[in-house]
Design a protein around this ligand. Structure first.
Ligand code: ADP
Ligand code: MG
Length: 331
């Protein structure tokens, strides 16, 4: 179909972090408020459990087939994507490169039992049975890249991969402050992130020496091009208060997703550098909420890099917001 053709870039499962990202994004799309991630690195195993909507039994049986998504039904939908996933390829790709098993219980039907499905390499159900679980979904990916020894050998050392997983979860947590995270490694607690009202409450949990009081936050309503309501959330640590850090902890997110935006990152750094001593570095998290039609996510298959229409407009607004926050904090 057209949708399939439009979706040029395939989801790429190329690391532990990619697995975690795809599963966690599905949990977020399912409205979860609590996500438990368990890693078993030596078994090449990852499990993500959530308290989201769960799936009905028919959906559960279909979800790992090629191009199966419940999130997009037409080419028109593609222009106004609000969910994190939309290609319907992650679970299918996972079934191809690992042993995939999903247990799910549909929250909307109180009488629905939980089901557990084991999928084959084509993403079709191999084994289906009922299971006693709370509403939500538990996805288990095991023996990752078991049939692709070259892929396994090409991966960075384990410590580096785990660091990438931790960084990824922290970034996602920052963009989704109302979620409670529990991350485990080999059945032992690794780290937790408590939910909060805003990114300001998450940031100190991630950048440990920094305290909430060291940070300022600002929310701006912005009248964006074509009258679309937009928002800039800014959390920043001003260098006279925050601890010295290496340059530079500056992150940009757009519509709930951390992105690489060299243009905006540079804009933020230079906005600070005009007023700061040279040996002080800002901590800054800028989260833009813009109309989905302003974004082209397809610039990169992992959706980490995006193209924003009217980039100069956003650069100006971000600089304005930073200047405003600096004034407020010195007042
Ligand atoms: P996409 O996220 O692009 O739709 P995926 O392959 O990641 O594609 O998931 C396929 C479908 O499986 C989703 O559209 C959703 O309906 C369902 N699904 C996957 N994970 C979950 C989950 N944790 N909770 C509820 N539904 C899920
Ligand atoms: Mg998905």
């Amino acid at each position: 179909s057209d949708v399939i053709n439009l979706i040029a870039a395939g989801e790429v499962i190329d690391s532990f972090a990619a697995v975690v990202r795809e599963l966690v994004e599905n949990s977020l799309d399912a409205g979860a408020t609590r996500i438990v991630i368990s890693l078993y690195p030596n078994l090449w195993r990852v499990q993500v459990a959530d308290n989201g909507t769960g799936m009905s039994s028919p959906d559960l049986q279909l979800c790992a087939k090629a191009h199966t998504t419940s999130k997009i039904r037409s080419t028109e939908d593609l222009r106004k994507i609000t969910t994190l996933g939309f290609r319907g390829e992650a679970l299918h790709s996972l079934a191809q490169v690992a042993d995939l098993e999903i247990a799910s219980r549909w929250a909307s039907d109180p009488d629905a039992p939980g089901w557990q499905v084991v999928y084959n390499r084509q993403g079709e159900p191999d084994k289906i049975e009922t299971i006693a679980i709370a509403p939500g979904t538990i996805v288990t990916v095991a023996n990752l890249f078991g049939s692709l020894p070259v892929r396994r050998q090409g991966l960075p050392p384990l410590a580096q991969q785990l660091k990438a997983v931790q960084g990824l979860i922290q970034q996602i947590a920052l963009c989704n402050p109302s979620i409670t995270w529990q991350v485990r490694q080999d059945e032992k607690p690794w780290f937790n992130i408590s939910s909060g009202k805003s990114a300001q409450q998450i940031l100190p949990q991630i950048l440990k020496p920094i305290k909430i009081g060291d940070l300022h936050s600002l929310n701006l309503e912005v009248e964006a091009p074509r009258n679309s309501k937009s928002q800039i959330e800014l959390v920043l640590g001003l260098p006279d208060r925050c601890h010295r850090r290496k340059p530079d902890w500056v992150k940009v997110a757009v519509n709930g997703r951390m992105v690489r935006s060299p243009e905006l990152e540079q804009t933020i750094l230079s906005a600070f550098s005009r007023t700061l001593p040279r040996d002080r570095f800002p901590v800054c998290f800028a989260h833009l909420t813009v109309c989905p039609s302003q974004i082209d996510w397809n610039r990169h298959p992992a959706k980490a890099e995006i193209y924003l229409h009217s980039m100069e407009f956003w650069q100006e607004r971000v600089v304005g917001a930073i200047e405003r926050a600096m004034q407020l904090s010195s007042a």
